[in-house]
Design a protein around this ligand. Structure first.
Ligand code: MV4
Length: 586
């Protein structure tokens, strides 16, 4: 086994890997950007080295700086976590050239799976069907029209080098083909530097079910069980669970065997996840993720294994040490991703900032994997995942109720979080009955209640100092909320004082500035990639005014009223911030 491992990541996943290393007696090396010099993963590691830089590109994606630290620290292996360099073959090869082990699959397997057309072909070779479609790239709109005629609409246009939903466009009719194809190519080129696209029949109400596999260097490969990750918005998962609810064991076995066959077809080693779409009792290969995934803890909870330890064991050349028959799944597990986002009105706007207070939940069957503690800062430069809350129960209902209980114990102050949205979702009848799908959250769930709630909190916090004091009436304990007018400061006496520091204002918490109707504002930071209207054009409410690229995805920003375009305030390629008015419609 390795004596020293470098973790080429930050936040909760770096912390996660450090913890397993510690239990295995492996020394840990952290790396950090200028903004992370005292972050949790740095505090927990045995050694830590500065990379310099603030943005991901300047720091956690700076190959030369990381290679230098690998040499300086004499680490024998690198665990890449997820994101950053986890699926980057140049990085994997560069460290292998130094004689350092990459804790992950061989670069050849990453390459096959990185190209979604070649991954479809690999699955077909293994006898595993993809969604009905074509395993070749499309160059001309007429090919899409022909496909639509043969398979029927809607048609999914997908980026060959995409994944995670980026670059996917849905075409409902022949007349949408050209615009959708151009948008898919533009998005793919911008995000991945390659504009190859391919076609699949678009499934209307699928569940996203993925299978965890593991393979060692001796040709042994097993499947550990599936995760249902259907609850997501903008291709970002919000709640995951294992096992998938209302999922027949015969199908589970078949999906597991299919996933292992796909892994073997590409010479896979280490941890991997094969994604499927599941609809009307059939599953279809979608893509394979060649890394440890964010949601791996729900699998750990039901199989009772530490997947990071298993990764390190395989990477150091040891055999799996168990066979398919030895794996036993027990009970049910949920994971909630606790992101620093303002979920008001279902918008889920990034809300980075300082965490003034973080109180973890406890009790039986509860696990919190956090990347932050009270006093730490969630930077706008990185992923806004604060923590993952995982519960286990003897069955789905126990795990669900335990999650609701744990969410109510988890207290995070200073930044907005998705906790209230998750509480609401976990109590939705459709979710309880498991009749949801990948489109369910965005198309069926009414999150408007979250507006009033978070709005009210914020309104009170900007206009007053809200203070909770504890009182007793006839021996019964009451919490009383006091609203102290601005300027009437209360002296805090002793450490027990209930007076809290003044909360930050609404805009600091990431809420959008409200603007007048017809003043079209963007809800998030991004770049203008297309302007759809000109001064003097007549538009209807809902018509797209500009296309905004944000977080590597294109978003249509539309008019909220019928009217005439009076002014366009941006030009193509302009960078905009939340609340910026990009056009005026009268
Ligand atoms: C699909 C689909 C429906 N039909 N392909 C989005 C992410 C990427 N991994 C593939 N995705 C989808 N591909 C066909 N032919 C629906 C999705 C999809 C989705 C898939 C998994 C998880 C969440 C999703 C949300 C929206 C759409």
């Amino acid at each position: 086994m390795f004596k020293k491992v470098l973790i080429a990541n930050r936040g909760e996943i770096a912390v996660r890997v450090i913890r397993s290393c510690k239990e295995m007696g492996i020394k840990t090396v952290a790396i950090y950007s200028e903004l992370d010099s005292n972050s949790l993963h740095v505090r927990l590691a045995d050694e830590a080295y500065a990379l310099g830089g603030k943005t991901a590109t300047e720091s956690y994606l700076n190959t030369d700086a990381i290679l230098n630290v690998i040499k300086k620290s004499k680490a024998e292996a690198v665990h890449p976590g997820y994101g950053f360099f986890s699926e980057n073959t140049d990085f994997a090869r560069a460290i292998t050239d130094l004689g350092v082990v990459f804790v992950g699959p061989p670069p050849e397997a990453i390459e096959i799976m990185g190209d979604k057309i070649s991954s479809r072909i690999a699955a077909e070779k293994a006898g595993v069907a993809g969604v009905p479609g074509r395993s070749e790239s499309v160059k001309d709109p007429s090919e899409i029209e022909a496909f639509g005629k043969e398979f029927g609409y809607p048609v999914a246009i997908k980026a060959a080098y995409g994944g995670g939903g980026r670059g996917m466009k849905v075409v409902n009719s022949k007349k949408e083909v050209k615009e959708a194809m151009e948008s898919a190519q533009r998005e793919a080129l911008g995000a991945f530097g390659r504009d190859e696209i391919y076609l699949e029949k678009y499934l209307d109400w699928p569940r996203h079910i993925e299978m965890q596999i593991f393979a060692d260097t001796f040709g042994n490969a097993v499947w550990l069980g599936e995760r249902d990750c259907s609850v997501q918005r903008r291709h970002q998962k919000l709640i995951e669970e294992s096992p998938a609810p209302d999922f027949d064991d015969k199908i589970r076995q078949k999906m597991g065997e299919s996933a292992v066959a796909v892994a073997k077809a590409c010479g896979y080693v280490n941890a991997g996840t094969v994604e499927f779409l599941y609809q009307d009792g059939e599953f279809y290969f979608l893509e394979m993720n060649t890394r440890l995934q964010v949601e791996h803890p729900v699998t750990e909870a039901v199989v009772g294994m530490d997947l990071v330890k298993l990764q390190l064991k395989i990477a150091s050349g040891e055999p799996l040490g168990f066979s398919q028959e030895d794996i036993q799944r027990k009970g049910h597990s949920f994971e909630c991703r606790i992101n620093a986002e303002d979920a008001a009105g279902g918008k889920f706007l990034p809300a980075p900032g300082p965490i003034t207070k973080l109180v973890p939940p406890g009790g039986y069957g509860v696990r919190l994997d956090a990347g932050y503690e009270s006093g730490d800062n969630v930077s706008q430069f990185y992923d806004n995942l604060i923590a993952k809350l995982i519960t286990w129960g003897s069955d789905r209902e126990e795990a669900r109720l335990r999650m609701l209980r744990a969410l109510s114990e988890l207290k995070i102050e200073g930044t907005a979080t998705v906790i209230d949205a998750q509480k609401l979702i976990l109590q939705e009848p459709d979710f309880i009955k498991a009749v949801h799908s990948t489109r369910w959250l965005e198309s069926k769930v009414d999150l408007s209640a979250l507006t009033a709630q978070s709005f009210e909190n914020k309104e009170t916090s900007t206009s007053t100092n809200a203070t909770t004091i504890v009182s007793e009436v006839n021996g019964k304990r009451f919490e009383v909320k006091l609203y102290i007018p601005e300027g009437l400061a209360m002296e805090t006496k002793g450490s027990n004082s209930a007076v809290k520091s003044k909360p930050r204002s609404r805009t600091q918490q990431g809420a959008i500035k409200t603007v007048a109707s017809g003043h079209i504002a963007v809800p998030m930071q991004g770049t203008v990639v297309k302007i759809h209207v000109a001064k003097g054009d007549i538009v209807k409410a809902g018509d797209t005014v500009i296309t905004l690229e944000a977080m590597k995805m294109e978003n249509a920003i539309s008019s909220d009223i019928d009217g005439v375009v009076k002014e366009i305030k941006v030009k193509n390629k302009d960078a905009v911030s939340p609340g910026d008015v990009i056009a005026i419609i009268e």
